[in-house]
Ligand binder design. Structure first.
Ligand SMILES: Cc1ncc(COP(=O)(O)O)c(C=O)c1O
Length: 326
């Protein structure tokens, strides 16, 4: 090893070696540290002494921009505010300003369809754990070309296993914090088991949530069942789905909605198992813990819900915020 001190110019080359060239889906990043937007992926960086980096002390949100509209923005911003309050984190700007910054960041790159990730960090200041080292929180907003959800999830269905990773204590599970080690390990567990999702159980052994997904089942009695939200993250997509399934109840495709404890037996014996999340909306699980769910094919509630989501995302002005492109 022959270490030397590098200059700025050596690090921020046009195409630096340390930046994975495969990552061409990074469109832009707003940083309150820089006070503006950067579009060069080599500049999409955070100071190492931001407590988000070395302590995971921060919160985040991810939302979709569909055909030039942000989908369900207010639901994401209220969850952001709730997460901030729970961990005593002052937002660096009011919600109106954060909204404006998100919209302008997307408008600058001019794309109509992307994923927006926003992060609020505790701020810069030393390398210790104590938040009082930081005098000001920061906002980072990243716009990314969405990575497409595998098509077969929707046509053939996906698979899942019960995770061995212990669920986070309720207080931490309800915060969408940047402290996602248990969630990351559950993703790894799914990968190692050669399935698509890993589902965490609560302390009583009832199904709780996916690594980064909410879950629900449709019972043989046509009841749409989802776990109580006091111990898990309140999924914005699941909450939208609860609105959309009302349509299915009206048409008598479903009898009712029930927020309840769900045992593994109830999942194994369900007609449909569904997972929900921002980038994929709803995906059917047709194989769980190696067992086939019902006939092992995406079911009718999934198909109707997917259609309703498509309609909601393109036509429901109540949940769509227009990006002010110039
Ligand atoms: C633990 C957890 N549960 C559920 C979800 C789904 O939330 P949303 O529908 O708001 O994307 C996420 C999203 O990242 C999550 O991290």
């Amino acid at each position: 090893m022959n270490l030397k001190i590098l200059s700025r110019n050596e690090i921020f080359l046009e195409q630096p070696k340390w930046r994975d060239p495969g990552r061409s889906n990074y469109l832009a990043m707003y940083s309150s540290v820089f006070g503006g937007v950067v579009a060069d992926p080599a500049l999409m960086i955070l100071p190492m002494d931001d407590h988000l980096v070395h302590r995971g002390d921060g919160i985040f949100e991810a939302l979709e921009c569909v055909n030039g509209y942000l989908y369900n923005l207010d639901a994401h911003l209220s969850r952001l505010q709730r997460s901030a309050q729970l961990i005593s984190l002052d937002l660096p700007f009011d919600l109106g300003t954060i909204k404006q910054i998100i919209m302008e960041t997307v408008a600058i790159v001019g794309v109509k369809d992307c994923i927006v990730r926003l992060f609020i960090s505790r701020g810069l200041g030393g390398f210790g754990p104590n938040p009082t080292e930081c005098h000001k929180s920061n906002l980072y907003v990243v716009a990314l070309k969405g990575e497409s959800v595998p098509r077969h999830f929707y046509t053939e269905g996906a698979s899942a296993v019960t995770s061995q990773i212990p669920i986070k204590p309720a207080f931490f599970a309800r915060v969408k914090s940047c402290n996602y080690l248990p969630n990351a390990l559950a993703h790894l567990e799914a990968h190692r088991n050669k399935v698509d999702f890993a589902i965490v159980l609560d302390q009583q052994g009832y199904v709780a949530e996916g690594a980064t997904e909410s879950i629900a089942i449709v019972s043989k009695q046509k009841i749409f069942m989802y776990p109580k939200l006091d111990n898990i993250l309140e999924g914005t997509t699941l909450l939208r789905a609860l609105e959309l399934v009302k349509e299915l109840i009206k048409k008598e495709d479903l009898k009712r909605i029930s927020c309840t404890d769900i045992s593994l037996e109830e999942v194994y014996n369900s007609s449909e198992m569904l997972v929900f999340g921002t980038s994929m909306n709803v995906v059917p699980i047709v194989k769980y813990d190696g067992k086939t769910i019902d006939v092992g094919k995406p079911g009718p509630v999934f198909r109707r819900l997917l259609e309703l989501f498509q309609k909601d995302k393109t036509e429901n002005k109540k949940v769509l915020t227009l990006i002010p492109y110039t």
